[in-house]
Ligand binder design. Structure first.
Ligand code: PEP
Ligand code: MN
Length: 337
């Protein structure tokens, strides 16, 4: 249920309404919008007589939230959520440009790519240290050593860091090095992991699952928000379809759909979305034109020798050209890089 308090309700009275809801066994989340306190009450809402609640002091209205993803919805939280990471306000008019290798492979590789993507205009460096690979014989990442390298490389060029966490046991360790915790497509419905990052004090980049509907994706975000972390960035990275000419089918429909349903920022990963280097730039341009809040792109200076995802990694010069085009598209949309 969504409980709207009257404008100008004193804090003490708002606190009283919240504690009465809690006493009925409900979990209460609060957001303030245009001078109005909005409370979302979750749990067994039949425990209360809502006609009675409507008559509590300072209660203006009590209504159902008509979607299953309550805290993620615009019904609860009408204004866009903006998540500040380093120099970037993700979800604002500034586009979030995140770029870097699929995997951190070593010091020289990480520093070379960090320098190039920073020069091109990226503000967040990506790089996996714990890699969820289809084959157990593929490169699995450098682990904590990789995170140390990634942090040093990013710091050297003024970049923030996003890196994937694949295990509940690693969350606090990855959070020591990364500014954003990435939850990969394969883990979108790993509920233990969703809850663990829900307790972390770092923003979470939640990728859409390989075959997840938009509603399932938003429900996964709901798990994180209901655990206490409202700093979630959604990332569309392509879904599995019958098409074989691309690695995945990048679902750009998801952008306007999610922006209407949710207040959370949504970015696009055209690298995994296409799987093919020369398809990345067109889909990146389309994603921004469609209203995405940013891009997560794989860049490698020597993709033929990359230990993962070389075929979809842009050369640094291609990335720089793309950022130039994104700047132009952003201007048309009243946004900026
Ligand atoms: C990645 O970002 O390198 C990755 C493994 O992505 P996804 O989870 O989308 O496959
Ligand atoms: Mn990758």
């Amino acid at each position: 249920m969504l409980i709207l308090l009257k404008k100008g309700t004193p804090e003490a009275s708002a606190g009283l309404v919240a504690s009465r809801l809690r006493m009925a066994g409900l979990a209460v989340h609060r957001t303030d919008h245009q001078g109005q306190v909005r409370l979302a009450a979750m749990g067994d809402t039949t425990a209360l007589d809502w006609d009675e609640v409507r008559n509590w002091p300072d209660v203006e209205a009590a209504q159902k939230i008509p979607v299953p993803f309550k805290l993620v919805s615009r019904t609860f939280h009408p204004q866009d959520t903006v998540i500040t990471v380093g120099r970037c306000a993700i979800g604002s008019d500034q586009l979030a440009l995140m770029a870097g290798p699929c995997s951190i492979e070593g010091e020289a590789q990480a520093f070379e790519i960090a320098e190039q993507v920073a020069k091109a205009g990226a503000t967040v460096m990506r790089g996996g240290a714990f890699k969820p690979r289809t084959s157990p014989y593929s490169f699995q990442g450098l682990g904590e050593e990789g995170l140390k390298i990634l942090r040093r490389a990013a710091d050297a060029f003024g970049l923030a860091v996003v890196s994937e966490v694949i295990d509940t046991q690693q969350v606090s360790m990855v959070a020591r090095y990364a500014d954003i915790l990435q939850l990969g497509a394969r883990n979108m419905q790993n509920y233990a992991l969703l809850h663990e990052v829900g307790h972390a004090e770092k923003p979470v980049l939640l990728k859409r699952g390989l075959a997840a509907t938009i509603e399932e994706w938003l429900m996964s975000a709901e798990h994180i928000l209901s655990s206490g972390n409202s700093q979630v960035i959604l990332c569309e990275r392509g879904i599995r379809t019958f098409e074989t000419y691309t690695r995945n089918t990048l679902d750009l429909n998801a952008i306007p759909v999610v922006r209407e349903l949710s207040h959370l920022p949504v970015i696009v990963d055209p690298s995994h979305g296409t799987g093919i280097r020369n398809k990345v730039a067109p889909m990146a341009r389309a994603a921004i034109a469609a209203g995405a809040d940013g891009l997560l792109i794989e860049v490698h200076h020597d993709p033929d020798h990359a230990l993962s995802d070389g075929a979809q990694s842009l050369y640094p010069a291609q990335y720089a050209d793309l950022v130039g085009q994104i700047r132009t598209i952003a201007t048309v949309l009243g946004r900026r890089v």
